[in-house]
Design a protein around this ligand. Structure first.
Ligand code: NAD
Ligand code: UD1
Length: 311
């Protein structure tokens, strides 16, 4: 029987993780989410789930929550997940993406609160525009946006707290996650959720750039399985792991696959590339592959599951 706190648990990855954790019949889950991107519909109707519609930037609220409850596992997923949004609103996104997380780990430290493992979701965005591919965890980073700076700063803070104060904490850099429950509602949503939405509705889709930018698209089921694995592996501590498929795919290629799977044609036009956008990204996943729990769903299989989940 384990108790989990998941910030951002009403969002895309958080709700997939909640579903996975609830498969174990005695797990209990507390979710804090302000529903800025997540949805109440993503939260299962279960007496083992407690939901607080609240912002993690309310430091006093988060301190009280941590002090008054005992969580075995803490999963920090709440964030303004859009790189482009952080270019528009760097200070506001910083308050969520970095300061709120620092408040959480500082509360755990100063109050000497016991827990088994804390997980933080960092991002491939930290690698930035350096030319070396594939990206390895020990490479130099070059964060290009406030989003990437905040992810890197939080990741380093967590690794340093883990080392300096002997706290069981681990980070992962997710590459481009796709799959069921990704919210397409914002212009800043993950690109494949927007593509799926536009294929279904026939509404126009804009490529920012020529569509030849590359990403490492990783299926959400593999990501939540890896989060659970890292939480349950004591040796994974004070460290950071790429979570990716380890394959480089252009946006044009993945759009063509989705057109084929859905039998629809995207009503597409092109605009200039977004400021702060990374041209090429894919991972060396060998560090996380040392653990048997890591699974790599092939892109074609993951896209087919995604399409089937919406149809
Ligand atoms: P998401 O937007 O679906 O989930 C984030 C959740 O955080 C949302 O439910 C949102 O409502 C919530 N949230 C935002 N601000 C909040 C606040 N102030 N207080 C409380 N809740 C707040 O995004 P996601 O794709 O599920 O991302 C989860 C995490 O993984 C984020 O930290 C994101 O940066 C990181 N990440 C995602 C990807 C990806 O490709 N999706 C890749 C790398 C890293
Ligand atoms: C995504 C994640 C970010 C994560 C990063 C890790 C989201 C919203 N963003 O950022 O949290 O840290 O991966 O690699 O989940 N594009 C279009 N048209 C659109 C939307 C996007 O052409 O309508 C392009 C973008 O310009 C970009 C690519 O598609 O070149 C991917 O965009 P996006 O899904 O926003 O992902 P990242 O910026 O890579």
């Amino acid at each position: 029987m384990s108790s989990y706190l998941i910030t951002g648990g009403a969002g895309f990855i958080g709700s997939n993780l909640t579903d996975l954790l609830l498969e174990a019949p005695t797990n209990t889950i507390t979710i804090v989410d302000d529903l800025s991107m997540g949805s109440q519909d993503n939260i299962p109707d279960s007496d083992r789930v407690t939901f607080f519609e609240h912002s993690i930037t309310d430091h006093a609220f988060m301190q009280a929550l941590l002090r008054e409850n005992q969580f075995d596992y803490i999963v920090l997923l709440a964030a303004v997940a859009s790189v482009a949004d952080s270019v528009e609103r760097p200070y506001e996104t910083h308050l969520v993406n970095q300061e709120a997380n620092l408040n959480i780990i500082e509360t755990l430290r100063t109050a000497h609160l016991p827990f088994k493992k804390l997980f933080f979701a960092s991002s491939a965005a930290v690698y930035g525009e350096r030319p070396e591919l594939p990206k390895r965890e020990d490479m130099a980073v070059q964060p290009l946006t406030q989003y990437a700076v905040d992810k890197y700063a939080t990741e380093r803070a967590i690794i340093n707290y883990a080392r300096l104060y002997d706290m069981p904490m681990v980070c992962a850099r997710f590459f481009n996650v796709y799959g069921p429950k990704q919210n397409p509602a914002s212009p800043y949503s993950g690109v494949l959720s927007i593509v799926m939405d536009r294929l279904a509705s026939g509404k126009p889709f804009t490529f920012f750039g020529d569509g030849e930018q590359t990403r490492d698209f990783v299926f959400v089921g593999d990501v939540v399985n890896a989060i659970r694995g890292l939480l349950q592996t004591p040796a994974a501590k004070a460290d950071v792991f790429n979570i990716a498929n380890g394959k480089q795919t252009t946006l044009n290629q993945v759009v063509a696959q989705l057109e084929q799977l859905t039998g629809q044609t995207l009503n597409a036009s092109h605009e200039a590339a977004r400021a702060g956008d990374i041209r090429d990204s894919y991972a060396d996943a060998s560090k996380i592959d040392q653990f048997e729990f890591m699974h790599h769903t092939p892109l074609a299989e993951g896209l087919a599951k995604y399409v089937a989940s919406i149809a």
